[in-house]
Design a protein around this ligand. Structure first.
Ligand SMILES: [Cu+2]
Length: 167
């Protein structure tokens, strides 16, 4: 019983920390206030373009195309947040939710009822299957050092990371 409360407590702490860090990097953009559209192409394992420039306060609609053979993520965060996020992605792989070329949404929904960390619904990230396109709207309201990165095991380490320059 003690362990049960401890795990809830730890969950609440990590949830709080995550929300706090999300507001530190900006916010989910309003679809009615888009300033600019940027197309990001994802390959195995790199982005094109390799880096982007945005203005502080700008709301960007990202059109994220996966032109590779593997599933990839487009995630906007600080380097520290990406590193912290990687075990969560590893967990999706271990549970058979995230496969090399497929994201099993049915399994994800089913398993996330028991373990919320498997739902992977973050407003600063999209996971895209090969040959598919997804969208993400982000407002760069804070002046902070950010990276766009893929946190699927091994991808960040093999170069799937790029700079976001906020001017
Ligand atoms: Cu990737």
């Amino acid at each position: 019983m003690k362990l049960y409360f401890l795990s809830i407590f730890l969950f609440l702490i990590s949830f709080k920390t995550y929300s706090a860090s999300i507001s530190m990097i900006g916010e989910k953009g309003d679809p009615n206030k888009i300033d600019r559209i940027i197309t990001i192409k994802m390959y195995d394992n790199y982005y094109e373009p390799e880096s982007i420039k945005v203005k502080k306060g700008e709301t960007i609609k990202f059109i994220v195309q996966n032109l590779g053979e593997m599933v990839h993520e487009y995630n906007i965060a600080t380097k520290e947040m990406h590193i912290a996020h990687q075990p969560e992605m590893q967990k999706l792989v271990e549970h058979g939710i995230l496969l090399v070329d497929k994201l099993d949404m049915v399994k994800m929904k089913k398993m996330s009822k028991k373990d919320h960390s498997l739902s992977h619904s973050h407003s600063n990230s999209v996971i895209v299957e090969p040959k598919k396109t997804s969208e993400m709207i982000w407002k760069f309201s804070k002046n902070i050092k950010l990276e766009m990165a893929c946190n699927i095991p091994g991808h960040y380490q093999t170069g799937m990371v790029g700079k976001i320059i906020i001017e």
